[in-house]
Design a protein around this ligand. Structure first.
Ligand code: NCD
Ligand code: ZN
Length: 353
């Protein structure tokens, strides 16, 4: 008989953009409805580069929860620092001692939204910070794309593996590394076979869509994110990895809200908004692969295990009942178009226990 419900340990989102100000207030409730914890990306303007800034950002998130009447939901923001060429060993030591900072994020300079202060030469400029991270067990979260304009945009992840991941691992064999939002079969192979503590997050859009989605009958800006969607063969490799028994692949939505008008323009912003319906989208992937039984490991176990945090105690239940994704939702003065807007999904989230 077809499985009708799926009850799992409450999941966490291991890669999330919450923004700040009014945008934060508009989106925080969606994540709280789906997840108990989230690794919060530091690419604000200016970026969150110190523990003091992370503390202020965390307070702002807690205030946004309060303003939305969500303080009693037990949601925990897991903060990150933004690595720069100037990050010091003292910055890393402070992060390691902080109860709420859980990782440091590498954005190669110019790779994506708000990455102008990113790292220009990881192995040349960040030795002190990387050595301190390895020593203190602070994970490095990597946006793994080269920024060299001579490299084809669809090849930037694969080239990054050769140019950065291999030498990084060789120099820092014990560094905890999360290859964020992997999008290619090369990324899957690298993470599966790498030495040392290595893991990867995978987004719903890269599991559900290939690059045709960006160009179906015209240009579809709501499928534009970075790293960009790839060929079908890569999507299939990602599905295989997510639904495999490997503990190295886990959930990270990379939900990245941009107002509708800033995506639907001549130079539209990169990012898909999936916080509204992430679990419904991921459930489709595991169901289609005949692997609903492995969804809990991907969504709720492997992430905390890798980060050395306890698994959540509560559960959530998904039901095989149609969920109509709205065409758009409110976003301050503007609107936000969720991933799979207007589609009816086969699974819906029924309650939080
Ligand atoms: C992210 C954003 O908008 O902050 N955009 C995206 O396409 N994923 C930045 C990022 O994670 O690359
Ligand atoms: Zn991201």
């Amino acid at each position: 008989m077809t499985q009708q419900t799926l009850t799992i340990t409450t999941p966490d989102d291991w890669h999330l953009h919450l923004r700040d100000g009014d945008a934060l207030k508009a989106v925080i409730g969606d994540t709280v409805n789906q997840f108990r914890r989230a690794i919060v990306m530091p690419n604000l303007r200016p970026p969150v580069t110190t523990v003091a800034m992370a503390a202020r950002y965390r307070d702002e998130i807690l205030q946004a929860l309060a303003a939305n009447g969500l303080s009693d939901r037990g949601f925990e923001p897991l903060m990150t620092l933004y690595l720069t060429d100037n990050t010091t060993a003292a910055d890393i030591e402070a992060a390691a001692q902080s109860p709420f900072v859980h990782a440091v994020k590498l954005y190669p300079a110019g790779a994506t939204t708000n990455s102008d202060s990113g790292v220009t030469d990881l192995l040349g400029r960040c030795q002190v910070a990387l050595a301190a991270m390895q020593r203190h067990g602070v994970p490095l979260l990597i946006h793994g794309e080269v920024t060299d304009s001579h490299v084809d945009v669809f090849d930037r992840e694969a080239v990054f593996i050769d140019r950065v991941m291999h030498p990084l691992r060789k120099t820092y064999p014990e560094l905890k590394v999360v290859f964020e939002h992997i999008t290619t079969k090369e990324g899957v192979q690298y993470v599966r076979d790498a030495d040392g503590p290595t893991a990867a997050t995978i987004t719903p859009q890269h599991l559900l869509y290939n690059r045709n989605a960006i160009f179906t009958g015209g240009i579809r800006p709501h499928f534009y994110c970075l790293p960009i969607l790839k060929r079908e063969v890569h999507r299939q490799a990602l599905v295989e990895a997510a639904t495999s028994e490997s503990p190295r692949f886990f959930l990270g939505t990379d939900s990245a809200p941009h107002a509708k008008h800033l995506k639907e323009m001549a130079c539209g912003c990169a990012g898909c908004y999936s916080a509204l319906n992430a679990l419904e989208l991921y459930a489709m992937v595991f169901d289609a692969a005949g692997q609903l039984g492995r969804f809990e490991a991907f969504a709720s176990h492997r992430g905390p295990d890798f980060y050395g945090l306890p698994r959540n105690q509560s559960t959530i239940t998904l039901k095989r009942e149609p969920f109509k994704v709205p065409e758009y939702i409110a976003f301050g003065e503007s609107t936000l178009v969720p991933l799979a807007a207007g589609e009816t999904l086969p699974w819906s989230l029924s309650h939080h226990a």
